[in-house]
Ligand binder design. Structure first.
Ligand SMILES: Nc1ncnc2c1ncn2[C@@H]1O[C@H](COP(=O)(O)OP(=O)(O)OP(=O)(O)O)[C@@H](O)[C@H]1O
Ligand SMILES: [Mg+2]
Length: 288
């Protein structure tokens, strides 16, 4: 599979029905919901002369409904970490669990099915099909879920509404601004109601005002219950998010979750395009 375009993976629908955690992990007895994502003692070393130790033992968990920023200088391991969280790559050592399932125990086809149903991706480069309409681009996010074409389109229209583009379903990406393109990519990530949305520098190709509006949209989606991990270089944007994980040289050097309860701070939402906080069209999907 091409890690740059995970939408191109083609899981067999039957694989999805076989995604089970064996043995099932018990619910934590402290009353907290089971994490959507768990990363434990994870390392990733790229082969080469010399080998690159991109991650050197990273651990954290993301609970349902959290909005987490991952920050750090270039080369600190952020994208490597996102690929592992998104099951686009496997750790050298350590454990990654998505909705309680240990990805090490899963075949490539099962992982593709897990991605199609549980994880939404947003990338700096948008990865939209220029020749397709907005609604078809978003509906592509449901291609491997077994949902009928007419229903895919209806759900795609809903998702476009969540990002403020419901009135332009038949436009093409070339007719949009960069910020609007990224909104379409976010709608595509959301349309399958994934358990978690992973975004790698979603504001990296945008001017600062447009980038701020995209982060406000992510904040509004968070308020509506979506679980999001977002990598950003922009510290001023990250500082406004409820939780920050700071990376340096393949290690986590700070995680505000240890000093601040999740959702203690909410991102102000003043964009007319952003989803209202009480929007009943979106609720976190498929939480275990
Ligand atoms: N496929 C690869 N093969 C070899 N080395 C790699 C590969 N991908 C990343 N690296 C190296 O791993 C380290 C971490 O890279 P990574 O892309 O995760 O950093 P990053 O924090 O996302 O950086 P940036 O902010 O520039 O995107 C870097 O030293 C990088 O050169
Ligand atoms: Mg990167």
């Amino acid at each position: 599979m091409n890690p740059m375009n995970p939408m191109n993976s083609e899981p067999n629908i039957q694989d999805m029905t076989r995604i089970t955690c064996d043995p099932p992990r018990p619910q934590p007895d402290n009353g907290e919901p089971r994490p959507v994502l768990e990363v434990r003692n994870v390392t990733r070393t790229y082969a080469g002369e010399p080998p690159v130790r991109a991650l050197r033992g990273v651990s954290f968990a993301v609970r349902p409904g959290e909005l987490v920023a991952v920050v750090g200088p270039s080369g600190s391991g952020k994208t490597t970490l996102l690929h592992l969280m998104g099951t686009l790559d496997r750790p050298s050592t350590g454990t990654v669990r998505i909705t309680g399932c240990d990805v090490a125990a899963m075949s490539d086809r099962q992982l593709a099915a897990l991605r199609a149903t549980q994880i939404g991706f947003v990338f700096q480069q948008f990865f939209l099909s220029e020749h397709s309409t907005l609604v078809d681009n978003v509906a592509d996010g449901l291609l491997y879920t077994g949902i009928r074409s007419a229903d895919r389109r209806a759900q795609a229209l809903n998702a476009l509404g969540l990002v403020g583009l419901a009135d332009r379903p038949d436009a093409r990406p070339t007719q949009l601004s960069g910020g609007q393109r990224q909104r379409v990519a976010i709608a595509r990530a959301l349309v399958g109601r994934p358990s978690i949305v992973l975004a790698d520098e979603p504001t990296g190709n945008l001017d600062s005002a447009t980038g701020a509006s995209i982060m406000e949209l992510l904040g509004a989606l968070h308020d509506a219950g979506v679980t999001i991990v977002v990598i950003t270089h922009d510290r001023s944007l990250a500082d406004r998010l409820p939780r920050r994980i700071e990376m340096l040289d393949g290690c986590i050097i700070a995680d505000t979750a240890s000093v601040m309860p999740a959702q203690a701070i909410s991102v102000p939402v003043d964009s007319a395009n952003a989803v209202p906080a009480d929007d009943s069209r979106f609720r976190p999907g498929r939480q275990p």
